[in-house]
Design a protein around this ligand. Structure first.
Ligand SMILES: Nc1nc2c(c(=O)[nH]1)N[C@H]1C(S)=C(S)[C@@H](COP(=O)(O)O)O[C@H]1N2
Ligand SMILES: [Mo]
Length: 326
């Protein structure tokens, strides 16, 4: 079946040589910029590219070798990344989480892995931190509201954890459940969403190497307001799919509920792939404002299909009507 949304997704064999070329060129540009030279290049041992602001505990990550994991866009300043947030458990204003999320207790912390897996279990945050080598990945993030950022995350592919859990043949989807504790989260007093905040992915989306289990940004542990101590980052989907402060990862057979879909299914679908051709019912998704870049009169950027990750993820949706599965 032909995709009817007007995009011909490249196949893996189409993209590989170009990907390799681009990754190499990107790295050469970066090392020239950084003045590190060829001598320091040692595959995954290479140093991360961004310096930490010196505010929180260090969490370095080696530069990721995953295709598409390091965009060339200039990272959004740390102050914007940590002071312009959506985290409704800490208030609905963008400035609220940075002000109120200090009450979040990130240790001790456990993440329960359950459902359709051969090896369910409860992971302490330190076990989770040690499960796989930390990588730095510079991802674009596009919020459904029309703004975007570029963030140097630290973490590893969620697939590393999923493989360890050994999903059964019935595991078709993964649900992410996040913390809901009235004692720590003032926003729970509001009924704006049905708590706990939940999100979901199809199992192949969850297994995609770009899907990141993130523990840090800018070479340090996550600020509370960005979803400490562990969150999801799915760079080709609208920001709300990237659940913060995860406490449960549940493998299920049926498409699970997600908070924004429950709140308004007309406006927010399960897939929520970034798509400039599918408007939100109340506004266009064709362009975006890059946070920290200029002012009111700075021209908006065109939004890219799958947020610019089409070469890597387009195949996941081949043959699907992306207007219907929005
Ligand atoms: N638990 C939880 N996760 C959440 C949200 C939230 O309100 N609660 N907001 C989402 C939305 S709408 C966006 S755009 C991103 C914002 O992530 P950032 O603040 O780190 O940029 O987090 C997502 N994850
Ligand atoms: Mo968002």
């Amino acid at each position: 079946m032909r995709p009817d949304h007007g995009f011909n997704h490249p196949t893996a064999s189409d993209i590989t040589p170009r990907e390799v070329f681009l990754a190499r060129r990107e790295w050469l540009l970066r090392s020239a910029l950084l003045g590190t030279g060829l001598a320091t290049w040692a595959g995954r041992e290479a140093l991360a590219q961004t310096a930490g602001p010196g505010k929180l505990a260090k969490l370095p990550g080696a530069r990721s070798a995953v295709a598409g994991a390091n965009v060339m866009d200039k990272p959004t300043p740390y102050d914007d990344v940590s002071q312009y947030n959506n985290y409704y458990e800490f208030g609905t204003d963008k400035a609220d989480p940075a002000r109120t999320a200090h009450t979040l207790k990130t240790r001790p912390w456990t993440v329960q892995v359950e459902g359709e897996v051969k090896r369910p279990g409860t992971y302490g945050i330190d076990d989770l931190l040690r499960l796989s080598p930390m990588e730095e990945r510079i991802y674009r993030m596009r919020c459904v509201e029309g703004w975007s950022m570029v963030i140097p995350w630290v973490g590893y592919s969620l697939a590393d954890l999923i493989r360890r859990a050994e999903p059964t043949g019935n595991a078709k989807y993964v649900q992410f459940v996040t913390l809901a504790d009235k004692a720590q989260m003032p926003g729970l007093r509001s009924g704006v969403l049905d708590w706990p905040y939940v999100e979901g992915l199809r199992i192949d989306e969850a297994m995609h190497p770009l899907t990141l289990l993130a523990f840090g940004l800018y070479g340090e542990v996550l600020p509370n307001q960005n979803g400490a101590p562990v969150r999801l980052v799915v760079p080709w989907k609208y920001g709300f799919k990237s659940a913060k402060s995860i406490v449960k990862i549940r493998f299920v057979e049926k498409q699970p509920a997600s908070s924004w879909e429950k709140a308004n299914a007309q406006e927010y679908g399960f897939y929520s792939n970034v798509n400039p051709k599918v408007d939100h019912p109340r506004w266009s998704q064709a362009t975006e404002r890059r946070i920290g870049e200029g002012g009111l009169f700075t021209p908006k950027r065109p939004t890219q299909m799958f947020n610019g990750y089409e070469a890597q993820v387009g195949q996941l949706y081949a043959g699907m009507d992306l207007k219907k599965f929005y």
